[in-house]
Design a protein around this ligand. Structure first.
Ligand code: PLP
Length: 377
């Protein structure tokens, strides 16, 4: 199998799996229990919290464990908007966020908030000035992802957060860092955000575990209510096995080393893909995360390509919500033409991929083109 869909999910690393097993077998107490056995479970949670805080340059009191990146985004956005609704009702985001942001702001819009969705420039880049020009006295929340999950473009979150601070003393800056966490060396004070979301299964950890960073200077209201765990922001008995697994995955991160490895792969892929007839590269090398390359094979539908690749044991993605006749909204919003959108594929790497995987992909694309009739769009 050639797995090139690491932005969808990654293979859990051995350390993560071992820590999950250990937590299930040896450490299954309730972390809220007052006896020593419960304390062992609590220690697992504390160790993971300390590790996440260290990675993000945050205080451990600012780290909250959630059920996934989606839930982190919901708690951050709903929590901040509702905490600030007496002070203003404008929310600014981009039109190319993940559905967990777009659908949450749509829900807030139905409940009285005004939502501005900033479109990227042609090619998919969001410019800071295009966001900041919408900041006014009623703005309470700005949410911009650090890395787009379909194109890999890196958005200027640091510049937007710095600009926002100058323009407003009440608006909160959130960033969905699900595709960036563990791949870029993110420090919250450098990025300047008050809220940040991350997810375990994108960094070789388990599914069902997310991280929310909330600065101690930001107040948000809970979305769910319960027994007070995670300082009331995400009540419910902590999933110690998943938190322990996340800790294992975070321990295995070598952000700089993996970035170098994947950059070499990315360069190689760009060279080989641009020499493969019929392939167009949609993600520019500059301003993009090396882990993601979006390509198109004009004349061939994404689904046809995807299934042709799958038949050869190669797994890539056709982008989000790409159903028949309806291409990726991210590529459409980024100004790509219909033929490019309808024939798009997302290739996403991990530290485990090799140049052989890329050779296999290119050979397969050539075979599929040779054996499939080109279709008119
Ligand atoms: N945000 C982005 C940018 C993503 O790519 C994803 C998942 O693909 C999510 C949020 C949701 O994360 P999770 O699958 O942990 O809910």
């Amino acid at each position: 199998m050639i797995y090139l869909d690491n932005s969808a999910t990654t293979k859990p690393c051995t350390t993560a799996v071992n820590r999950i097993n250990n937590a299930l077998n040896e450490c299954w107490g309730n972390p809220s229990s007052l006896y020593g056995f419960g304390l062992d479970a609590e220690n697992e949670v504390t160790a993971a919290r300390e590790k996440a805080a260290a990675l993000l340059g945050a205080d451990e009191k600012e780290i909250y464990f959630t059920g996934c990146g989606t839930e982190s985004n919901n708690i951050a956005l709903q929590g901040a908007a509702n905490a600030l609704k007496k002070r203003g009702n404008r929310i600014i985001t981009t039109s190319v966020e993940h559905p967990s942001v777009l659908n949450t702001v749509a829900y807030l819009e139905k409940n009285g908030f005004e939502v501005i969705r900033v479109k990227p420039r042609k090619g998919g880049m969001i410019e800071a000035e295009d966001v900041l020009k919408f900041v006014d006295g009623s703005t309470v929340l700005v949410s911009v992802m650090l890395v787009n999950n379909e194109t890999g473009r890196i958005f200027p979150v640091k510049e937007i957060a710095a600009g926002l601070k100058k323009l407003s003393d009440k608006a909160v800056m959130h960033s969905d860092c699900v595709q960036a966490f563990g791949k870029l060396p993110i420090k919250v004070s450098d990025l300047g955000v008050g809220l940040l979301s991350a997810s375990g299964h994108k960094i070789h950890g388990p599914k069902g575990i997310g991280i929310l960073y909330k600065s101690k200077n930001v107040n948000i209201v809970p979305v769910t209510y319960g027994g007070g765990q995670e300082k009331n922001l995400r009540p419910g008995t902590e999933s110690v096995p998943l938190i322990a697994g996340l800790k294992g995955a975070m321990d295995e991160l070598d952000i700089g080393g993996a970035y170098k490895t994947v950059s070499v792969l990315n360069n190689y892929a760009r060279e080989v893909l641009s020499n493969t007839e019929g392939v167009v590269i949609n993600t520019p090398a500059d301003g993009s995360l090396p882990y993601i390359i979006n390509i198109s094979v004009p004349g061939y539908r994404s689904e046809t390509l995807l299934h042709g690749l799958e038949a050869r044991g190669i797994f890539v993605s056709s982008g989000s919500a790409c159903s028949k006749g309806k291409g990726s909204y991210v590529l459409i919003e980024s100004g790509f033409d219909k033929e490019t959108v309808d024939s798009a594929l997302r290739i996403s790497f991990s530290r485990d991929n090799t140049t052989c995987d890329i050779d296999g992909l290119c050979t397969a694309i050539t075979e599929i083109r040779a054996s499939t009739r080109k279709r008119k769009f």
